[in-house]
Design a protein around this ligand. Structure first.
Ligand code: NAP
Ligand code: MG
Length: 501
């Protein structure tokens, strides 16, 4: 365990990963019922980083029972909205105080650059918790004037209550391990739900450390339960569990469909945040000094392991060469290395499996006739590194253009007629995000209206805020996370109708 870690490691992180990590059920840190553990790897070296209790059906069952009891009979339901909000705020303060520790954990477990985890992942998680803490006291119903034509003369008082949906199963991916945990936990806690969270097998550590802070903040036992384990076992058991009222999932579209099937047994509510193949459109009238680095960061941020990565780059023909060369130059400048090295800008991919997937796409693209202007291969002898890659000479029917690669690989394609670009940009089973770079405000907003995507960025990319809803059109998902939209995913409306005497 400690073996995979370099000497500069944060001391509290070294201590945390030194012992096998347990799961959080009903306020207690416990071993798996089976006694089994599984390894989490350091993707910069391929070595085992930590051992983690391996949750399975029985553990999920125990965790769901704890969440059910906490929801039905625990102190959580009797707390005021203000008390709930203050607990969430307290958690945000604790997380902020431990920023450095979480940045190290994220970098070690996921591979991302320490500086990015410190500047983006942790502060975004803190800010989301604060935003959600504020919502706890603002979840309101309505009073509704009703007429009821078949009871003439009668008078009614009718109103709605927004109530928590109940016990929520949350299944999250490995690309932003802490942030995805918080995107899910924040609104569930603000609305008064109870939770069983299953982190990704590749990156369970930051969610488990967050569990310690959740207990330290003073959330009652059973409100948040965290069960690490594999998707096919723990994840599937959670999605299918008959006592779970809702499942919230982020990950691949393929597994999203399995979740929908698993949820059918008790018709639990489902929200999904799935994959993407987002178009990024650069017009010749764009400010290329910002469009070029912006388009590079659209795909290379987080090593392309973003569901909203700008992976299809469409460039108006007269500026095609200039933009491609510019993005390729940006790619060449990216310092690829271990996340803990201070000058690293891009770390390794998260896992051996992900490395094989991305390299498989590169081989498929190159063998079908695509050309790599920069990159195109695995990097370094050890660890799961890939070169930032720009592919040209691609056609719309190639796998590298159609399918989500989830790595630092962009396909650049020219267009001549601005009218042609909308159908091409929308020609995808996905619809998560899109971007337009232009100085023409009218064109930008006309495009924004016509693009079938949950987020459209104009002259920017990868701008996230706790107040801005995020989610997918088409096969990119169901529902919106963040913003006030997310409250709909964790509440249900009760209509109350009183006949006045
Ligand atoms: P994935 O399999 O969809 O994993 C996402 C989460 O679902 C993980 O916690 C996973 O657990 C769990 N899971 C897997 N199979 C399950 C099942 N049958 N029932 C319930 N839960 C299940 O994603 P992946 O294998 O890590 O990555 C594959 C591809 O998914 C990527 O290359 C990328 O294209 C896409 N992806 C998208 C996002 C996104 O943000 N939209 C994030 C990650 C990946 P385990 O990790 O333990 O298997
Ligand atoms: Mg997986």
């Amino acid at each position: 365990m400690g073996i995979a870690v370099s000497p500069q490691i944060h001391p509290q992180v070294a201590e945390f990963i030194d012992k096998p990590r347990k799961m959080l059920i009903n306020g207690q840190w416990v071993n798996a019922a089976s006694g089994k553990t599984f390894p989490s790897y350091n993707p910069a070296t391929g070595e085992v980083l930590a051992k983690v209790a391996e949750g399975d059906r029985e553990d999920i069952d125990r965790a769901v029972r704890a969440a059910r009891e906490a929801f039905d009979n625990g102190p959580w339901r009797r707390m005021t909205a203000s008390e709930r909000g203050r607990l969430i705020w307290k958690l945000s303060d604790l997380l902020e105080q431990h920023t450095e520790e979480f940045a190290y954990l994220e970098s070690l477990d996921n591979g991302k650059a320490l500086g990015i985890a410190r500047a983006a992942d942790v502060p975004l998680a803190v800010d989301l918790l604060r935003y959600m803490a504020g919502w706890a006291t603002k979840i309101e119903g309505n009073t509704i004037p009703i007429s009821v034509p078949y009871t003439p003369g009668a008078k009614y008082l009718a109103y709605t209550l927004r109530e928590p949906v109940g016990v929520v199963g949350q299944i999250i991916p490995w690309n932003f391990p802490l942030l995805m945990a918080v995107w899910k936990l924040g609104p569930a806690l603000a609305t008064g739900c109870t939770v069983v969270l299953k982190p990704a097998e590749q990156t369970p550590l930051s969610a488990l450390r967050l569990g310690e802070l959740i207990m330290e903040a003073g959330f009652p036992d059973g409100v948040v339960n965290i069960v690490p384990g594999y998707g096919e076992t723990a994840g599937a058991a959670l999605a299918a569990h008959s006592d779970v009222d809702k499942v919230a999932f982020t990950g691949s579209t393929e597994v999203g469909k399995l979740i929908v099937h698993a949820a059918a047994g008790n018709l639990k509510k489902v929200s999904l945040e799935l994959g993407g193949k987002s178009p990024n459109v650069v017009f010749k009238d764009a400010d290329l000094d910002t469009a070029i680095p912006g388009s590079a960061s659209a795909i290379f941020f987080n090593h392309g392991q973003c569901c909203c990565a700008g992976s299809r780059l469409y460039i108006e023909k007269s500026v095609f060469d200039k933009v491609v060369d510019g993005v390729a130059d940006e790619a060449k400048k990216i310092k690829v290395g271990s996340g803990l090295e201070p000058d690293t800008q891009m770390g390794p991919l998260v896992s051996e499996e992900q490395l094989q997937r991305v390299c498989g796409y590169l081989e498929a693209g190159l063998s079908e006739g695509a050309k790599a202007v920069v990159g195109g291969h695995k990097a370094k002898d050890r660890g799961y590194f890939v070169e930032p890659t720009v592919l040209i000479d691609t056609r719309e029917n190639m796998k590298v253009v159609k399918e989500e690669i989830f790595g630092p690989v962009v396909t650049a394609m020219p267009f001549t007629d601005p009218e042609e670009i909308i159908p091409r940009a929308n020609d995808s089973t996905y619809g998560l995000a899109a971007a337009v770079w232009t100085r023409d405000i009218s064109k930008a907003h006309r495009m924004a209206e016509q693009l079938r995507a949950g987020t459209v960025w104009i002259n920017c990319y990868n701008i996230f805020d706790a107040a801005l809803p995020f989610g997918g059109y088409k096969q990119s998902g169901w529902g919106r996370e963040m913003g006030h939209d997310v409250l709909n995913l964790y509440t249900q409306t009760k209509a109350v109708c009183t006949k006045l005497g």
